[in-house]
Design a protein around this ligand. Sequence first.
Ligand SMILES: [Fe+2]
Length: 258
Amino acid sequence: MKPYQNLTVDHMTLLLDPELYGVMYLVYRCVFGVAREDVLYDRRRPAAGGKGEVSMTFASRVGKGGPVGGTAMDNTIIATVQPSEPAGERSHVREMLADHAAAAHWQHIALRTPDLIAFHRHCLERGVNFITPILKDDHDDLIQVFSGELYHPGGKPSAVFFEFVQRNPSPEAVKMLEERNREAWFRDKTFLGLYQEKENEYRSGKVTPFLDPELHRSLQGLIAGRQVFELGDADVAAADKLMLAYGAAKARTPSTAR
Ligand SMILES: [Fe+2]
């Protein structure tokens, strides 16, 4: 394991039907003991008809880690999102829930790395798809990037993906990223950046997979019907080689709009 692969859970994101959303807020407060100051952020949108606001999302700190509170990095955080678009307007959050015929869905888990630039490069070299460049959130002083969804060729998007984050990035890392993706840098706060990106994907029907279908099929070919416990280190090394070759070929071809 490389140092940048020492991943710890930063937060998890739960999608909820509006029927559950308010009730779960109260559950966090009463059952999980979330105090007002443990609601780390909330985002709202103007309500349909221009009267008042509708909650889009809020994040609850449900734990601070360690027996005596730990450090800020030990926080356990659940971000909760409801479809806040008016009825009749498209909403990828509503579709994700409807596609699962469920009122609740764990959408993504955010894993924290001590070096996001290195980890991101490691992923790209192996053909992993991302739906955004590395984004920066000034408010939370973090940099983050969002992967494609987990699904297989011919299957349906699962509405499950990963976020990778680094907190308190060094000024040098920030400057490097700033130069690399200037136009993506200054857009909406990153929650809204991800939100819009997913909305665009669901509206277009083109949901980026975590791995391209070709790479997925090659890995399936390598597995050749075996059980995971039958896969040895040699198979893992072969898979890594396959992914690196795929990633290198992909880096050589001009990227399609993704
Ligand atoms: Fe997130």
